[in-house]
Design a protein around this ligand. Structure first.
Ligand SMILES: Cc1ncc(COP(=O)(O)O)c(C=O)c1O
Length: 413
């Protein structure tokens, strides 16, 4: 087979602009609201509250900033205000998703806390409620849980919320990747005591950057807003009585977000069609798609991912920075598929490497949900080894996706 690469790269997930974004940016420019104040910010916050059904949304510079402020709000509520130079979670353990992007968990360390990683479940590729229960048995003193909905698929957030309530713990919900996804009809990001979303360039909608914290009450939203603008007190001069940050969203970025929000559903439909095409095309191969709870949840299908069956895996050896594999007839591995996809100028990506495998967190505790095959392997490590993210750009044409499918199928020959 001659592998003619695509002339234009097919991305994993790239921004898709529609037109109104520019109009709102232009308005900010023409009215000189080139600041962290303005109509675009107010409108973007209002529209997100409307869309997800939350009480308060505060627009920030990134999803990571939102996670930091959510973590700090939770820490302050649980353990009181911290002295300058100390985090609100100093010396405290916090349960966190293991298979996620590190932005979910880093804010625990920003606040001086220690993440205890909770393994993943096969059903949704998100935090295992079973492992979370086990974690509370081992560490009954823990009062905070940070959970992410990976790749746009809702985790079992109803069960997780119940476990948190039973153990009197607060819940932070990282919906950076799952904006527009719902569980039992309720939008992700609204189950937690605090939720966050991201408008990073690769997300379901984007502001080029940006994020929001979703709060249940006005006091929390006011505190987050105050912290995000250097924690200025209401005084005639710069008066500071606590630590602040420069985390507020710009009115220009908010113009892009404002223009994008009406397109969330359209983007989800496009991503859903991509997921379905892959699923159908791979139905006769020893490969499955990232699963979801079809009875209770509606994903936003942000990334389509695949998991190779154990019996169809060729030998793949990964070190901290490198990988090698040995091809075998009828077998393949994520690294080979990623190479083949790359060779036709399309972008895939390995599964997010679980946090308990990351050198930075090698000393943190991990509560596994063991694989039932007797290997002793945990679920996150297994999915990382056998899984990969497929090109999921909503501008990818059906013909381009067919080519990608074709080269993947060849890997199993
Ligand atoms: C699960 C998850 N959490 C948090 C973030 C951080 O968001 P941001 O890039 O807006 O800081 C991202 C992605 O970027 C993410 O994928």
């Amino acid at each position: 087979m001659i592998k003619v690469p695509f002339e234009k790269k097919v991305y994993l997930s790239s921004p898709t602009m529609h037109g109104d974004e520019l109009k709102y940016m232009q308005e900010a420019f023409e009215t000189n609201w080139m600041s962290t104040l303005g109509e675009n910010i107010d409108e973007a916050e209002r529209m997100i509250c409307d869309k997800v059904g939350c009480n308060y949304a505060v627009a920030l510079s990134s999803g990571t900033a939102a996670l930091h402020l959510a973590t700090k709000l939770a820490g302050e509520r649980l353990y009181g205000r911290s002295a300058v130079g100390h985090g609100t979670l100093e010396g405290k353990k916090v349960f966190a998703s293991d298979m996620t992007f590190d932005a979910t968990v880093n804010p625990i360390a920003y606040e001086g806390g220690e993440a205890v990683f909770i393994d993943t479940e096969y059903d949704t590729w998100n935090m295992s409620p079973k492992a979370l229960e086990k974690a509370f048995e081992i560490y009954p003193e823990v009062r905070l849980v940070v959970v992410a909905h990976l790749y746009g698929t809702p985790g079992k957030i109803g069960e997780i919320r119940e476990i948190c309530d039973k153990h009197n713990a607060l819940l932070i919900e990282d919906a950076a990747e799952s904006l527009g996804a719902s569980y039992k009809g309720q939008q992700t990001g609204t189950f937690g005591d605090y939720g966050i979303i991201s408008f990073n360039g690769n997300k379901i909608i984007t502001g080029s950057s940006g994020g929001m914290i979703l709060c249940r009450n006005e006091q929390d939203a006011d505190r987050a807003r105050k912290w995000s603008t250097q924690a200025r007190e209401a005084a005639p001069w710069y008066q500071h009585e606590e630590l602040g940050y420069n985390y507020r969203m710009s009115n220009v970025i908010a113009g892009i977000v404002r223009g994008q929000i009406p397109y969330i559903e359209e983007h989800i439909e496009q991503k859903k069609a991509i997921y379905k095409r892959y699923k159908e095309a791979f139905s006769d191969l020893p490969i499955s798609m990232n699963p979801y709870d079809a009875t209770n949840s509606a994903p936003n299908y942000w990334l389509s991912c695949a998991l190779i069956k154990p019996e169809a895996m060729c030998r793949q050896i990964r070190s901290d920075r490198d990988v090698s594999y040995e091809t075998e007839p009828g077998k393949t591995c994520p690294s080979e598929i990623l190479d083949v996809i790359g060779s036709i100028n399309a972008e895939g990506r390995p599964i997010w490497k679980p946090m308990h495998l990351q050198p930075i967190y090698s000393k943190n505790a991990f509560v596994p949900d063991r694989v039932g095959d007797g290997s002793g392997k945990d679920v996150g490590s297994d999915i990382f080894e056998r899984g990969l993210c497929l090109p999921s750009d909503n501008k990818m044409t059906a013909e381009q996706q067919d080519r990608i499918i074709e080269v993947i199928r060849k890997c199993f020959e």
